[in-house]
Design a protein around this ligand. Sequence first.
Ligand code: ATP
Length: 234
Amino acid sequence: MLRVEGMKIRYGAVQAVHGVDLNVGNGELVTLIGANGAGKSSILAGIAGSIPPAEGKVLLKGQPLTGLPADVISRKGIALTPEGRRVFAHLTVGENLHLGGAAFAKGNELRARRDSMLSRFPILAERIDQKAGSLSGGEQQMLAIARSLMSQPDLLLLDEPSLGLAPQTIDKVYELIEDLRKQGLTILLVEQNVELALSVADRGYVVANGRIALSGTASELASSDLVRQAYLAI
Ligand code: ATP
């Protein structure tokens, strides 16, 4: 589904990503784990086109996306749910969903997509006319994910969905992520909570200092010395 080759990302003189190769198969849930500032969010931004990579290739279903603007990349089938659940706080839940889909569908098709989100996320249906800013952190995360799904992506990029949420709420968000995966969605998940990420992922990559330090199946990573010592504190 997704192949990244030799991706480099620079912010002015700062190089955040130093030639990353990775791939995500159709229907897989793959995680990028690593410390704060390792470069995980930058890799997602490079794939989504919100930060154009300085070098390297990004291919979706074999088609090169390199150099395309973010809105074109989203139309090709990639959606990014950024860190910090950036919903439009002053707009209602319904309006947020509408905006998520407006660039991809119109009229009846847009309404059908919105209704399908509301049946998949009953809590959002209950809160349809409430301002997004009045929702709890977990509900806002659900809304941010639902808004991304309005584009009916082939690949969902999820950046730190557990950040700042209470443990019970994290469980709910992760149940949703597992459900999406079971329904066949391909997901690339960035997560600082390594144990949580490895509990749901098929495979993962450890990102350190803008490079892939290790890759493997989730169980290989969970039992590796590097991951146990550096990230699981075992
Ligand atoms: P976090 O979980 O904190 O987001 P991360 O692994 O996702 O960490 P990135 O956010 O990709 O890491 O950051 C990688 C490096 O790039 C860090 O050193 C960071 O300071 C730097 N960086 C990120 N964004 C910018 C920016 N807009 N301008 C300059 N440097 C940046």
